[in-house]
Write a protein that binds this ligand. Structure first.
Ligand code: PLP
Length: 404
């Protein structure tokens, strides 16, 4: 199997598997005061420090969570419940956010009276800064701003620094979902707070990451939370992790996450250009094979994630292409969710101004640490036949619906 769906999850690094299996044998609850507990605590806290270092943060600022989705929920709901007042009910975010964000803010709107303010994105999916600035205003009616560092479907990198600067100036807290960017772009939490002159409680205060996107295990994420950020806990209990996230901590998962984080950070300078070169070869080869294909997201290589390729194939269903490529031994994604098994046109592409028909022909091909030239060759070899068959199926389906 040629695996080109690294944005969904990427294979665990051998170092992370080794750290996980070794740490599973560690006895003791890190909250226990006997020496077994303290040994587990040492491993946990060393791991937390190492994860923090790869995000430009301190260990004390890292709250370990059950996954990236929980980190996003904790940031958004936690800040909302601390900050909201009748005069401050707006949550600002760009259109085309991940469902972890979208569904969280929609829940807050339905149950807690939040007012969602979706800021327009341009045709490559990048937030329009002028629209953002005018929606933010003086910040007095905004409880928080949340945004992706890079879009998980089309790979567009957002102007995080500019948004961090605007929110810092307006005195509004900003949460950044860095889950798809982590491991592909350098992330420096403290650096960003410094250059944006962020005062306490405002500007970039929270940042989400997830282990399984960087070669760590599924089932552990991290929320970097600035010391000045006020967050209401979502989980109550034993008061672990600054009382922000109670519950016995998973030492083995943390050790494995840290091992992956160390490896990825050490290799980033080599791996990002290597992945970008594979990406660019794949894009050029696919456009050669299927000239009608349309690249979504930023065509400027500097503006998109090194591992992301996203095409629309007019006249094809993305799902058909996915199944045909899978049958040919190549795993890719349509990039967007299904609702009860029915493919939905991607809300990201729709926000970028694409038609529903265009959005239905979407295919996301994502490159990661195990990807090779041979993987790109295999994709390019399988694409023409899969495309021809998906186009025939699309034509037949349109003819049938026309007949009716
Ligand atoms: C941008 C983004 N945010 C959040 C998530 C959710 O993370 P997790 O799978 O760890 O819950 C994902 C995973 O698909 C993602 O890509």
């Amino acid at each position: 199997m040629v695996y080109l769906d690294h944005a969904a999850t990427t294979p665990m690094l051998p170092e992370a598997v080794e750290a996980l299996t070794a740490a599973l044998a560690v006895v003791g609850n890190p909250s226990s005061i006997h020496s077994a507990g303290q040994q587990a605590k040492r491993l946990l806290e060393e791991s937390r420090e190492q994860i923090a270092a790869t995000l430009g943060a301190d260990g004390i600022e890292v709250i370990l969570t059950g996954n990236g989705t929980e980190a996003v929920n904790l940031a958004i709901k936690g800040i909302w419940w601390q900050r909201q007042t009748p005069a401050r009910r707006r949550i600002l975010m760009p259109a085309g956010e991940h469902h972890a964000t979208l569904d969280t803010v929609e829940w807050l709107a339905q149950h807690e009276g939040a007012v969602i303010d979706e800021v327009a994105v341009d045709e490559v999916g990048r937030v329009r800064l002028d629209a953002f600035e005018s929606a933010l205003g003086d910040g007095s009616s905004v409880s928080l701003v949340t945004m992706l560092w890079a879009n998980n479907e089309v790979g567009t990198i957002q102007p995080v620094e500019q948004v961090a600067r605007l929110t810092a100036r307006a005195g509004v807290p900003l949460h950044v979902d860095a889950i798809s960017a982590y491991g592909q772009l350098p992330i420096d939490f403290h650096g960003l707070r410094r250059v944006t002159d962020a005062p306490g409680g405002a500007g970039l205060v929270a940042l989400s990451a997830s282990a399984h996107k960087i070669g760590g295990p599924a089932g552990i994420g991290a929320l970097v939370l600035d010391r000045t950020a006020a967050v209401e806990p979502l989980i109550h209990g034993g008061g672990q992790q600054r009382k922000v996230r109670s519950g016995t901590q998973d030492v083995a998962a943390a050790a494995s996450f840290a091992a992956a984080a160390r490896v990825v950070a050490a290799r980033l300078d080599d791996d990002a250009p290597r992945m970008a070169a594979l990406r660019d070869r794949l894009i050029a080869g696919a456009l050669d094979a299927v000239p009608s294909a349309r690249l979504s997201g930023d065509p400027d290589p500097a503006g998109r994630l090194p591992g992301n390729v996203h095409f629309s194939f007019p006249g094809c269903e993305g799902d058909s292409l996915l199944f045909l490529l899978d049958a040919a031994g190549v795993a890719v994604s349509t990039g967007s969710a299904c609702q009860a098994g029915v493919p939905e046109p991607s809300h990201v592409l729709v926000a970028m101004g694409r038609t529903e028909a265009d959005a239905r022909g979407a295919l996301r091909i994502t490159i990661g640490h195990t990807s090779t030239d041979a993987d790109v060759d295999a994709f390019l070899a399988a694409l023409p036949a899969a495309h021809a068959q998906a186009a025939r199926a699309g034509l037949a389906a349109r003819a049938t619906s026309f007949d009716r």
